[in-house]
Design a protein around this ligand. Structure first.
Ligand SMILES: Cc1ncc(COP(=O)(O)O)c(C=O)c1O
Length: 420
């Protein structure tokens, strides 16, 4: 009789982890009030809830001028446009992230230049960034991935030296702090997603934190169809309707009330997880950087030793799911996304573009290793299920590792049936 649930054994956990998003009467009342007010959408911009959300969010994050908008992708496109970044400009992005980080500069007309990540935190590697800068480079978009933050000291030093705009993609980093400064308040822009899986959610939504009121004014104009926001300015400029509806803003205000307690709960449980995980052979924890003074946990990532587990990360995540533990293998390396293959994305790849834009020829060894073999990401819900929730996750990992021979069978089956 096999031990692992993936082969028919008894799973470690039968009880589901807590649902997300959570809600109570406050959300229902907030939405009801917006419905009764008759002002459902985002026009005229900003509405009363949107204004309140902007100031409450900037206060929670510890600085910046917040402009709420439709999602955490247009936030980055707007950051590009507000900085006059567009056709022919190069924007350096990390190789491990959601496609939005590269799609947003492309939407503004810029070319994403993909940089490898640091094996210690899976965030963009400043040494690689520095080498990727050319006279056409205008910006760096860093992603604070999972529970980590990119090395903002090194990134800001490079940006200052080469006069580059810095956008922090904080879709995973609401509430996080680097040297006691809020994620998204260190660079020129902080981009936040409020999409339904995120730890601060309005269903759909985004917030762009801007370093100056002038940048915030430009961003507000771009998302409001280019309406002038400066009283001296009379003309429409280029823009589109990317406004956040008032219903979403009202939900955001309630979500902010809950957020500090949820963040604290996740942090306590992650602390316990790290202490326990260090006892499971074949697991490499990412670096606990002391400069990351407040951690926030959307996903929690670590690396597995494929030899010790007898399998690659896809099979490990599949087996974990069967044990009742939600886990995912994470993003594939960005240069393997079809979207960014030059022919499909219609990027010009002729002689005008050097080899480094031909993604098929790129080698990004750290992202390839993480994205194709070793990274495992535990879902946020695990950190809201008390110590038992953590113990189940650790026991499941330990069980997989102890049943290496069964993991080898699962891996073999998976390789015969792609997609499993
Ligand atoms: C790293 C990262 N950046 C950007 C986004 C885009 O956010 P949205 O879905 O709100 O457009 C996401 C969303 O999943 C993300 O994970």
């Amino acid at each position: 009789m096999p031990n692992l649930a993936a082969l028919g054994g008894e799973p470690v956990r039968r009880e589901p982890y807590p649902e997300w998003p959570v809600f109570d009467q406050r959300d229902i009342d907030a939405v009801t009030q917006v419905i009764q007010s008759g002002r459902w959408g985002g026009f005229p911009y900003p509405g009363p809830n949107t204004l309140k959300l902007a100031s409450a969010f900037a206060e929670m994050q510890g600085g910046g001028y917040a402009v709420p908008m439709m999602n955490g992708t247009v936030t980055m496109e707007v950051a590009m446009r507000a900085s006059n970044i567009g056709w022919g400009d190069e924007v350096i992005v990390p190789a491990l992230t959601f496609q939005a980080t590269a799609a947003a500069p492309m939407a503004a007309g810029a070319i994403p230049v993909i940089a490898d990540v640091d094996p210690q935190n899976y965030c963009i590697d400043p040494l690689v960034v520095e080498k990727a800068v050319t006279p056409r480079t205008r910006a760096i978009i860093v992603v604070h991935l999972g529970s980590q933050m990119a090395d903002m000291d090194a990134i800001m030093e490079i940006a200052e030296r080469f006069h580059l705009v810095v956008v922090e993609d904080c879709a995973h980093a609401h509430g996080a702090q680097w040297r006691n400064r809020g994620a998204g308040t260190i660079g020129d822009f902080g981009s936040f997603s409020l999409q339904s899986s995120k730890i601060l959610t309005t269903g759909e939504g985004g917030i762009l934190l801007c370093r100056t009121p002038e940048l915030a004014e430009k961003a507000a104009s771009i998302i409001d169809c280019g309406r002038p926001k400066d009283s001296a300015e009379k003309q429409f400029t280029m823009g589109a309707n990317y406004r956040l509806p008032e219903i979403q803003a009202a939900l955001g205000l309630v979500a902010l009330e809950r957020f500090p307690d949820q963040m604290k709960q996740r942090a306590e449980n992650v602390q316990y997880l790290e202490e326990s995980l260090s006892e499971v052979p074949g697991i490499r924890l990412l670096r606990r950087d002391e400069r990351l003074t407040r951690r926030s946990h959307y996903l929690y990532g670590f690396a597995i030793d494929n030899e010790v587990f007898g399998a690659e990360h896809q099979a490990v995540c599949f087996a974990l799911e069967k044990e009742g533990i939600p886990a995912e293998e994470g993003y594939p390396p960005m240069h393997h996304y079809d979207l960014f293959q030059p022919l499909l994305s219609k990027l010009p790849v002729s002689s005008a573009f050097p080899e480094r834009f031909d993604f098929k020829k790129m080698s990004l060894p750290v992202a390839e290793r993480a994205g194709e073999f070793e990274s495992v990401w535990l879902s946020e819900c695990i950190f809201r299920a008390g110590r038992k929730g953590i113990e189940d996750a650790v026991n499941a990992l330990s069980k997989l590792q102890k049943n290496r021979d069964e993991m080898v069978q699962i891996e073999e089956k998976r390789k015969q049936m792609p997609g499993v």
